[in-house]
Design a protein. Structure first.
Lengths: 129, 129
DNA sequence: ACAAACCTACGAATATTTTCGTAAATGCAA
DNA sequence: TTGCATTTACGAAAATATTCGTAGGTTTGT
């Protein structure tokens, strides 16, 4: 699936990824904390997302229950890939540097990243033997 | 300046960042390599970008010469920040991992990233003394 | 000077996203 | 059952992005 969720759609996906299956009301209440929005606006958005295949829904209950139909990881991956291509001319490491420069990771995150790098490095050496 | 260039605008900005000041024709010829597009479409886009303040232009020459009015670094930074907030729930390191996972950096890039990380780490230790 | 080529400005059509009002259906409580 | 609250479906307005045609001006070559 070739995905390009809009900003509004992403807001909804984030809620569903975090909270799991939700009614429109559930989602709407979370959205309302951060911004003005009419209930039917949220409803319509989720209906459209359903049409697009971004969400599945269970209509058995009195209120329909929506679930994200795309994985958070895959979506993140595709958006990152798009950004590398469109904004960083294909250079993933440039993106990495920008991300690190802007938002310093804490010690724990640093460790995680370093381990990840070492694994990549080891794999690279293997290939060159 | 609060920036949110669209995909089309980003294509044009990328060209201007790489080639420096350009006429509409210059930009259009590069765009044409990768996609179908009418000349007046490119013209209109660049005019709108000029209105928005994304581009400056010199109308002295027979053909106007456009220049990006926003820095590549700053724009990249803002887009990365937006992605961290909207897609990775504020976690820069998650974005980093995704980026590294998708596009393995070569040895040189790896070195660069590791040095960067070490600098961050040292700075962090200083703070805790 | 004349025509061909090129450039800008501008309006408008098209597409997409976001928002909301209204009507119909459903569930619930008195 | 009757009325109120909630939900869905749907159409359409509003906002934004993209595309292109046409008119009018400038430059260039002959």
């Amino acid at each position: 699936m070739n995905l390009k969720p809009t900003d509004s759609e992403l807001e909804i996906l984030n809620i569903l990824w975090e909270k799991g299956p939700c009614t429109v009301r559930d989602v709407h209440e979370v959205l309302e904390k951060n911004k003005e929005a009419g209930y039917t606006t949220t409803l319509k958005l989720m209906q459209i997302m359903h049409e697009k295949g971004l969400l599945t829904r269970d209509a058995k209950a009195k209120s329909h229950i929506y679930t994200s139909n795309i994985s958070q990881e895959k979506t993140q991956g595709q958006l990152v890939k798009r950004m590398i291509d469109n904004v960083f001319n294909g250079s993933a490491s440039q993106l990495v540097m920008q991300a690190l420069g802007h938002h310093k990771p804490n010690a724990e995150e640093l460790d995680e990243i370093k381990k990840y790098l070492e694994r990549i490095e080891q794999a690279g050496k293997q290939e060159n033997q």
